[in-house]
Design a protein around this ligand. Structure first.
Ligand code: NAG
Ligand code: NAG
Length: 457
């Protein structure tokens, strides 16, 4: 909860100008504790909080409760142009549990898929805030490991419970873009390597130019700008599979794109970011018995995911050279599965050699290496990356790239096409939203520190 003095000054600013702050609903960031560990394994608890991304928030006139955006349409009088819209419209506080199904308890965060209140909410995306409760916690994981527990027993085909890092501005763009008065405390400034066009405000301006409502999502649309930045997907998963995937861009920090830079459609490999990434998904790498319900890593109950970011000289300033993964479940350490695909050695981690071999074996375009590979991912960590946790369904590709055969017109016996056991008919948003509204992912016990400090066998 903001001290009342801060609330007063923010609402005063809201009357003047900017991508504003509304005060119809109080903004109270749910508390979440995490742990910072030291060599030897002792850990200190850090009291932190999470904030909901601004795109999910009610957006209304600074001077009344008239909405600036309803369904997938902008109010033409409040939003005649991008800057005026940012000045006229306020992002409001969120009822985290009641509207969005987001709850925390100690070190545990639960994200529920569909929440029905006055309106229906689908999915959510939250960011970890730092101690000051108004800027994002920024991580540099070079020569460090990052660990969390996940319960995705209630997360079926077509959903994605994701934990990842993106290179957002720590203040959500507030200082670089003076029209943005809301900043990280209201979850502004998102970017990732898909250069998403569905973000309502980019660089302190409303993304209303050429805004087009989505054909299949009644609450979403796309504007002519996208927002790009480096992205480290530590965990994209449901109970049928998981992927760890670095993606890089040839620009540093949050960058607005338009036209070819965004890499849309046929220009996928002409943009400034690597949309494919270099993924390690055990099923896709040839071990179909490793992770899933009743498998070696059994997704029917909670387990621990450890990710190690090794550098070439074993220092925090070195060049990122390898991303290693291991699991702990029921007190047992489980080594990552090994690749078993013709033309791929028995790799069990992500290195530039692995990425090159995998792209060759699968016949995929190697945009990850073309844009700099792991060293660039490490440079992004050196700048600092924000922690994101989300639950989502996929209006573009039904999550088939994660848990099924993809592309769907390719022969599933070809290497790289089979990624998980889900049917190619699964993951249709209207189906998963009506059949599994209570789907939930629970992330807990987040720890980071030197290699080997965050888990015990
Ligand atoms: C946006 O719309 C304008 C006017 O209709 C058009 O000239 C322009 O090419 C469009 N830009 C994009 C990126 O679609
Ligand atoms: C870094 O650490 C690994 C594992 O402990 C070791 O095998 C390697 O030789 C070290 N590299 C350097 C450059 O010190």
């Amino acid at each position: 909860m903001f001290p009342s003095v801060a609330l007063l000054s923010l609402s005063f600013l809201a009357i003047t100008y900017g991508q504003q702050v509304g005060t119809l609903t109080a903004e109270t960031h749910p508390k979440l504790s995490i742990s910072q560990c030291s060599t030897g394994g002792s850990c200190e608890t850090l009291q932190r909080s999470v904030v909901l991304d601004s795109n999910w928030r009610r957006l209304h006139s600074t001077s009344s409760s008239t909405n600036c955006y309803t369904g997938n349409t902008w109010d033409a009088s409040l939003c005649p142009d991008p800057v005026t819209c940012a000045q006229n419209c306020a992002l409001d506080g969120a009822d985290y549990a009641g509207t969005y199904g987001i709850t925390t308890n100690g070190n545990s965060l639960s994200l529920k898929f569909v929440t029905q209140s006055a309106q229906k909410n689908v999915g959510s995306r939250v960011y970890l805030l730092s101690e000051d409760d108004t800027t994002y916690e920024m991580f540099n994981l070079k020569n460090q490991e990052f660990t969390f527990d996940v319960d995705m027993s209630q997360l079926p085909c077509g959903l994605n419970g994701a934990l990842y890092f993106v290179e957002m501005d720590s203040d959500g763009g507030k200082s670089r873009f003076p029209n943005n008065k809301a900043g990280s405390a209201y979850g502004t400034g998102y970017c990732d390597t898909q250069c998403p066009h569905d973000i309502k405000f980019i660089n302190g301006e409303a993304n209303i130019l050429n805004w087009t409502g989505s054909a299949n999502d009644p609450n979403a649309g796309t504007g002519q700008y996208g927002t790009c930045c480096n992205e480290m997907d530590v965990w994209e998963a449901n109970s049928n599979g998981a992927a760890v995937t670095p993606h890089v861009c040839n620009v540093q920090g949050q960058t607005r794109c338009s036209g070819t830079q965004c890499g849309d459609g046929d220009e996928r490999y002409d943009g400034i970011c690597d949309k494919d990434g270099c993924d390690f998904n055990s099923f896709r790498m040839g071990d179909q018995t490793f992770l899933g319900v009743g498998k070696t890593v059994d997704t029917s109950s909670k387990f621990t995911v450890v990710t190690q970011f090794l550098t070439s000289d074993n220092t925090t300033s070195g060049t990122l050279s390898e991303i290693r993964r291991l699991y702990v479940q029921n007190g047992k350490v489980i080594a990552n599965s090994k690749a078993s695909i013709a033309g791929l050695d028995a790799y069990d981690s992500i290195t530039d050699d692995f990425c090159n071999a995998q792209k060759t074996a699968f016949g995929d375009t190697n945009s990850f290496e073309n844009l700099g590979g792991l060293p660039v991912m490490g440079d992004a960590f050196a700048q600092g990356m924000a922690l994101v946790m989300s639950i989502w369904d996929d209006y573009a590709a039904q999550m088939l790239w994660l848990d099924s055969d993809y592309p769907t017109d390719a022969d599933p016996s070809q290497p790289g096409v089979a990624r998980g056991p889900c049917p190619t008919t699964s993951g249709v948003p209207s189906d998963v939203e009506s059949q599994s509204p209570d789907a939930t992912v629970i992330f807990s016990n987040i720890k980071f520190g030197p290699i080997g400090s965050t888990y015990t066998s």
